[in-house]
Ligand binder design. Sequence first.
Ligand code: ZN
Length: 387
Amino acid sequence: MITLIRNVDLFAPEPLGRQDILFAGGKVLAIGKQLTIQGEQVDEVDGTGMTLIPGLVDPLAHITGGGGEGGFHTRTPAMEFTEASLYGVTTLVGCLGTDSVSRTLEDLLAKAKGLKNEGLNVYCYTGSYAFPVKTLTGDIERDLLLVEEVIGVGEIAIADHRGSQLSVAELARVAAQCRVGGMLSGKAGIVFVHVGDGKSGLKILHDVAELSDIPLTQFYPTHINRSQKVLDEGIVFAKAGGMIDFTTSTNESCLASGEVPVVDAIRQAIEAGVSPDNISLSSDGNASLPVFNDRGELTSLEVGRVGSLFEALADCLKANMPLGDVLPMFTRNAANKLKLKGKGIIAVNGDADMVLLNSGFEIQSVWSRGLQLVKDGRAVVKGTFER
Ligand code: ZN
């Protein structure tokens, strides 16, 4: 199948104006004005008045579910295929969290492969919150070299009572193994770091960079908007060259307890002088979101959503941020950091992962590796057991 989208306002993610985009075999073949093609069956899409953006890249999603911190009944459900596709998220990195006993890496890998079979692009972090890092094959380097989907370690927890309270030397060792595994496998070998609201903040990352030969850029910390304190520390980390990640899944309880809304977090970081290239966003989809009452007692649990990534992008536009300025934070930045080749961009020879939006910024069509997942706002591909 050859598809030609005509006369669309292209953000690749940088704004390229009105263009035609030709794609087939999962790849973008040509971008230009008034492209012509002869002798083939071509599916033409009129993009007049519409906007085309790369499929969103989500560097942290609990695709097999997470939570469980209030007992077995609080384990959250796994992500369904359309929970990503209907929101324009075509690339995800799956991970484990607090629970690496009833949740396993084998199950995570199987889910990633399943979602890939169904049409998404899915990678995994090996490990979980815990140290020593649990792996699939015995150690971090072997996982990176031998398991296609594994691109790093994560989300290892720092500054959190649920983490393993690991030392500087221990984290340096994890990062070193991840770095060497990344070099040997041609992958990013990134240590994706869950930052809790504990008192030590990001200090251990700076300590590793100072006391060992591991650079700060080996780490990719997330939940940087969880409080003003963590955001302030994240700004320092990013200005030192690191990449910081904000979480888009939220609820009123999180915001009431001091979480910085994504739009404010981006604004503050940019105003403080952080390069826009050093900011990304992730959904933390299918993590549990606790709801507390006035007395601070847990009253119920909600579930994070991968779709919150697209909603956060829409919030940025509502706050008058130019699409060309914020879109890289939802697409190219994470893909670059994680060395996901051909992802988060629309470019010749890149993957045909694209989202077509109407003038009201509503999703009309989604393609992943050239396969159309959404048409006229409706899922045309669903997960195997979705109805
Ligand atoms: Zn986390």
